[in-house]
Design a protein around this ligand. Structure first.
Ligand code: FAD
Ligand code: NAP
Length: 343
């Protein structure tokens, strides 16, 4: 493992932003982590962990040692007729791992196909899509504390998972390097078709009794058709989280904006689609200073030629301000910002 200085991260974030970091180390084995942490202390540089850079905005020079988690490996810890328990190294690519599980007959993750990024990053925001989320499968998360390199293991409950949220965005934010995730998957196929858009796409394909492979393939087909590919239009997925309001607040808004879709949550709160709010404010397809809002998907901000992240963050701020003014709703950014703004 080598530590490089002054490295451009352009190829390492899906927005294609050209920020340089002070130092960089790609870690392919957990045994290398203590040396990288020691080096960050020796150089008095904070340590930032990067997976595949699909949920970060690099706002400017990153004055840190960036550790890229690239450790690989899938270990079968338990195998019963009902379920398996797997330990998956943090650097495994998430989508490839989902495909591997399907091939092995380990079920549950099909709805989460084609989400970019690594397994190690998946617990950070409790990745979710098409009616499923990671939290349902996590048995434990293994990590090193950045501060003193001590190891810790958190149970699923201790991860404090919420809607695109976890303890890693709060108490443990930027304080751990996740090395592996333990996931319990079913040996029995239990297709999850609760998400209406997925059910509609399955119907269109004539899948009346879908198998896990049908779900997997349909999710891939819908995502490929609907969501911009970062290799062609650099983006970081959804730029804002869907806001969640209490029932009363949602009722008031629906009476003022009758077309506003509402998704009641099990705890009585109501989720609103951020894309609808942004679209209503007229942002879809907008462009300025080499950045913009995707033509078909108002929640996806794209980089169409900017070298640094500030124009993107400035646009995000304007969008959030108009949504606040129009609906009285605060939008929270989903990707993490590094480089100048909050490092
Ligand atoms: P990075 O972007 O590299 O890092 C994200 C954050 O996690 C950073 O704060 C980083 O420090 C931290 N981190 C990464 N790895 C580790 C580690 N090993 N230890 C400690 N901290 C770590 N998300 C969804 O939930 N659902 C979706 O459907 C979805 N679709 C997307 C579609 C597109 C086109 C794109 C570009 C993004 C999408 N995302 C989605 C967001 C993104 O894929 C996820 O957040 C993913 O988990 C990020 O993985 P990554 O390896 O790229 O993380
Ligand atoms: P969509 O199907 O057009 O729906 C728009 C939004 O409405 C979604 O964000 C979704 O919330 C919500 N929604 C729709 N039907 C719902 C229901 N029956 N119950 C509860 N919520 C409902 O969304 P899309 O943009 O094409 O994305 C499809 C899926 O992929 C979504 O689950 C989305 O989260 C996920 N995705 C995530 C990212 C990311 O970066 N985070 C990027 C692309 C896609 P949820 O987001 O809570 O599902």
């Amino acid at each position: 493992m080598q530590i490089h200085t002054d490295v451009s991260l352009r190829g390492l974030n899906t927005l294609g932003l050209n920020a340089k970091c002070s130092a960089f180390a790609r870690v392919e084995s957990d045994a290398e982590i203590p040396a990288v942490l020691a080096e960050s202390r020796a150089r008095s540089l904070p340590l930032i962990v990067l997976g595949e850079g699909s949920n970060v905005v690099l706002a400017g020079p990153v004055k840190a040692l960036v550790l890229q988690q690239a450790s690989k490996g899938i270990e079968l810890l338990e195998d019963t007729p009902q379920s398996v328990l797997l330990r998956v190294s943090a650097g495994e690519n998430w989508h490839q791992f989902v495909g591997y599980c399907l091939q092995q007959g380990y079920y549950g993750l099909e709805n989460l196909a084609l989400i970019p990024g690594t397994v190690g990053a998946a617990p950070i925001q409790n990745i979710g899509a098409y009616g499923a989320e990671l939290a349902s499968f996590v048995s434990a998360v293994h990590a090193h504390h950045i501060e003193d390199c001590s190891m810790l293991t958190l149970s699923g409950t201790e991860c404090e998972f919420g809607y695109r949220d976890s303890v890693f965005k709060h108490r443990l934010r930027d304080r751990v390097v996740i090395t592996a995730v333990d996931l319990r998957l079913s040996r029995v196929a239990q297709p999850n078709t609760c998400y209406p858009a997925l059910q509609a796409a399955l119907n269109e394909r004539g899948c009346t009794a879908p198998e896990p492979r049908d779900i997997y393939e349909t999710v891939i087909a819908v995502r490929t058709e609907k969501l911009p590919n970062p290799d062609i239009e650099p983006n970081a997925g959804s730029f804002f989280k869907n806001p969640v309001l209490d029932e009363e607040g949602a009722k008031v808004l629906v009476s003022r904006f009758p077309g506003l879709p509402c998704y009641p949550q099990p705890d009585g709160s109501v989720k609103l689609p951020a894309a609808w709010l942004i679209d209503y404010c007229g942002w879809k397809g907008y462009r300025e200073q080499g950045v913009g809002v995707h033509d078909q998907h108002a929640l996806v901000l794209i980089n169409c030629g900017s070298e640094d992240g500030s124009p993107l963050l400035a646009l995000a701020e304007k969008i959030a301000a108009t949504v606040l003014e129009t609906f009285g709703v605060d939008l929270e950014m989903e990707p993490r910002v590094y480089g100048c703004v909050d490092d």
